[in-house]
Design a protein around this ligand. Structure first.
Ligand code: SAH
Ligand code: DHB
Ligand code: MG
Length: 237
């Protein structure tokens, strides 16, 4: 009952304000056709990521966990929009090309993701790198700092991903971590589930992490009851 209603409301939101398009729908279809799990962000969540990227004028975005590039397409679209944005007098100020790097451990997922990005016309904006994210992250220093990082891979490593994301961020950057509420299991201190332990550890670290200003928002929708953490990277000092 609750889930049916949350799904119906997401459908209404999709049909009115969010309006995902053919490229996004095609990416979801191709991901399902490849036998990959239906765990991409919802359309409303994807559009939120895109809006956040545009709000901070992001030109460098990092994603951890690509799957079929559904969230990647939403984020890369924000960068493509940044490329052509104009100043108040109509002058073209969008000369800095946006760039997104997405990290994915599964070569098959990366293959499907690259095809979906190409179909969406975003292959020049978004690059998928294959391998364990914990191996790729230390190599990103020369391509940092990032304006926005979306953490959405294996949940046990969230604390380590978050620490890397902060290190690779500019002051004022935004970090979003998906799936941190987990049907409310976030508050189960006796859980032996490594995913739950990962999101709990993130919250324990955030309690004292002076590098960021963070909050966690609970969500319901087509993907059930979950939530995301959003962190603003503070100015040093
Ligand atoms: N962000 C995507 C969904 C990602 S699902 C979207 O919303 O559309 C999680 C992805 O993380 C899966 O494709 C999985 O293969 C990948 N993943 C899992 N462990 C990983 C690791 N250690 N390093 C990089 N990617 C990983
Ligand atoms: C799973 C992963 C996700 O990133 C998500 O949003 C939902 C589910 C999973 O691994 O089951
Ligand atoms: Mg997720």
């Amino acid at each position: 009952m609750a889930q049916d209603q949350w799904t119906a409301v997401d459908e209404y939101i999709n049909a009115t304000v969010v309006r995902p398009d053919d490229a996004l729908d095609a990416a979801l279809k191709a991901t399902a056709a490849a036998g990959m799990p239906p765990i991409a962000v919802s359309a409303a969540q994807g559009k939120l990521l895109s809006i956040l990227a545009r709000m901070i004028g992001a030109t460098r975005v990092l994603e951890i966990g690509t799957l079929g590039a559904y969230s990647t397409i939403w984020l890369a679209r924000a960068l493509a929009a940044a490329d052509t944005r104009t100043g108040a007098a109509g002058a073209d100020v969008g000369t800095e090309a946006g760039k997104l790097i997405s990290l994915e451990i599964d070569p098959k997922h990366a293959d499907v993701a690259r095809k979906n990005l190409a179909s969406a016309g975003l292959e020049a904006v978004a690059e998928v790198r294959v391998g364990p994210a914990l191996e790729a992250l230390p190599q990103l220093t020369s391509e940092a700092p990032f304006d926005l990082t979306f953490i959405d891979a294996d949940k046990a490593n969230i604390p380590a991903y978050f620490d890397w994301a902060v290190k690779l961020s500019r002051p004022g950057a935004v970090i979003v971590v998906d799936n941190v509420v987990r049907d409310g299991k976030l508050i189960d201190g006796s859980s032996t589930d490594p995913n739950v332990q990962g999101v709990r550890r993130l919250h324990e670290l955030l309690e004292t992490d002076a590098r960021v200003t963070a909050t966690t928002i609970q969500t319901v929708g087509s993907k059930g009851y979950d939530g995301f953490t959003i962190a603003l990277v503070n100015e040093a000092g």
